[in-house]
Design a binder for this molecule. Structure first.
Ligand code: ATP
Length: 469
């Protein structure tokens, strides 16, 4: 069973150092979150796994890291200045602001809400008797478009700088570099460019922990294809992404595909499918796959007056703007999903309940914990020696913990999802034969709770075997 309420995860994240409220000592800043020592390890592993799977392990992919700040013309060309907006409604009684489409979605379902036009939002809220979640009244303003891009200024003189935007998606950095990548990497169609980075959206109603925030990270791919090949690429990406989530431990009974209706499609897209996950509060978008056609490259050609065509290597007279399939992952939403999926409460034989984060072992923030049974100096020295051995001979991320009873330390490692613990006891240093033979340690498995006595000289091989399976 995964977490049944978001509170379980939020509380564990704060308690154990995965995710803290942003600007905590100043009373916070609404809906901002900071990844703590364990959170950053988990997030890095999600990103690393993504990069290995979709960039390094595929000959048809290369990577990129483009800037957050871009020439403002980029956002005119992409259509974000004109149409990257959500329907905003004000509650005239308490002045709270909401996304009208989201209020309707909760009552009518995603499909029904998606087909409504801007001027239908307020009458629908009245007809469906959807009241303000804060004050309970039904006194809504007309819906108006609210552009989600954050604006800032570039330049050193206050008030005289140029208005620029914080990117609301990483995708445009890829499109504007299409020609640079093409000429330097010598890729041939079909090929893709992957990028991981921050994006910013002035969301009207952020919330549900890290699910919807104003600053977040995306992992995006723009996959360039011959126009005739795009359906095939679309279907292959759909499968590949589903497998990625499944392969890292997301139960497929809590994932589903959802095709966008025609009226729901973004201005650039002719076909979109989302992967939704059943979060504790309901289904929500985890990932989006869009057929962007030749919209973006053609727009940038127009606005930049630069040619962004591809020349067929087998026929130099054939030049065309490639079409684009875009797999777009939310990094923070993926991390949140892995946290929710990993969260497990288990009743032990003695009736105690243990909380254990059953991360896929490739995602666990810590690989191995080394735990000396007591604080006695010569025992700790032996444990440190073993720790150093592992640091020298493996790439594992380790934790060394001497504080508290061994039971408490196991519980802590369970709660942070450490797959293996190594206990160094008086048997190890030849002082207590009942605990074990000299130069042996106990390895404890997080999931099975099995304990195994292993020679220190076999430790490396034993650990390698565990990670192989
Ligand atoms: P939503 O409908 O939830 O607002 P979207 O359709 O606008 O999302 P996309 O533009 O397709 O999202 O962005 C790609 C991915 O980026 C999403 O699938 C999601 O995982 C992530 N994402 C988008 N907005 C946010 C946000 N405000 N906070 C966290 N992640 C986000």
């Amino acid at each position: 069973m995964p977490a049944t309420s978001l509170d379980q995860v939020v509380s564990l994240c704060k308690r154990r150092g995965f995710i803290f409220p942003g600007s905590d000592i100043y009373g916070g800043l609404a809906n901002t979150w900071d990844y703590g020592p364990l959170g950053v390890e988990l997030k890095n592993r999600v990103k690393q796994n993504w990069w290995t799977t979709f960039v390094h392990n595929r000959p048809d992919m290369v990577g990129l890291d483009s800037g957050i700040l871009m020439n403002p013309r980029v956002w005119e060309a992409s259509g974000h200045v004109g149409s990257f907006a959500d329907p905003l409604v004000d509650c005239k009684s308490c002045k709270e602001r909401y996304r009208g489409d989201k209020l309707l979605e909760e009552k009518l379902g995603v499909e029904a809400a998606a087909v409504l036009t801007l001027d239908q939002v307020q009458p629908m809220l009245a007809a469906e008797k959807i009241n303000c979640p804060k004050c309970g009244n039904n006194d809504w303003s007309e819906a108006k478009h609210f552009n989600l891009m954050f604006k800032t200024q570039q330049g050193v003189v206050e008030g005289e700088g140029d208005d620029i935007y914080m990117r609301p998606e990483t995708a445009q950095g890829i499109f504007v570099n299409f020609k640079n990548v093409l000429t330097t990497s010598r890729m041939r169609l079909p090929f893709g460019i992957g990028q991981i980075g921050k994006a910013f959206r002035n969301e009207i109603t952020p919330g549900n922990f890290t699910f919807r925030t104003r600053e977040f990270e995306q992992m995006e791919i723009e996959y360039f294809v011959e126009p005739d090949d795009k359906q095939e690429a679309f279907d292959l990406w759909k499968k590949a992404v589903w497998s990625w989530y499944e392969g890292l431990g997301v139960d497929t009974s809590r994932m589903r595909f959802r095709d966008h209706d025609k009226d729901e499609l973004s201005h650039y897209s002719s076909q979109t499918v989302d992967i939704e996950y059943q979060f504790p509060w309901g289904w929500g978008e985890l990932f989006g796959l869009a057929d962007r056609g030749d919209y973006d490259l053609s727009q940038h050609e127009k606005f930049s007056s630069q040619e962004l065509k591809y020349t067929d290597p087998d026929d130099a007279t054939r030049k065309f703007v490639p079409h684009v399939i875009e797999p777009s992952f939310g990094c923070d939403r993926s991390v949140l999903t892995y946290l929710i999926e990993a969260y497990t409460e288990e009743e032990l034989e003695n009736g105690d309940v243990r909380t254990v984060m059953k991360f896929d072992k490739r995602l666990s923030p810590i690989d191995i914990a080394i735990l000396p049974l007591s604080k006695k100096e010569h025992l700790v020295a032996k444990a440190k020696e073993i720790h150093q051995l592992l640091l020298d001979q493996t790439n594992l991320v380790t934790d060394f913990d001497v504080t508290g009873s061994i039971g408490k330390r196991y519980r802590r490692q369970d709660e942070i999802g450490t797959p293996l613990c190594i206990t160094v006891d008086f048997g190890t240093i030849g002082e207590d034969a009942e605990q074990g033979d000299p130069d042996t340690v106990t390895i404890r498995d997080r999931d099975t709770l099995e304990q195994k006595r292993v020679k220190i000289s076999d430790l490396r091989a034993e650990i390698a075997e565990y990670w192989k399976n």
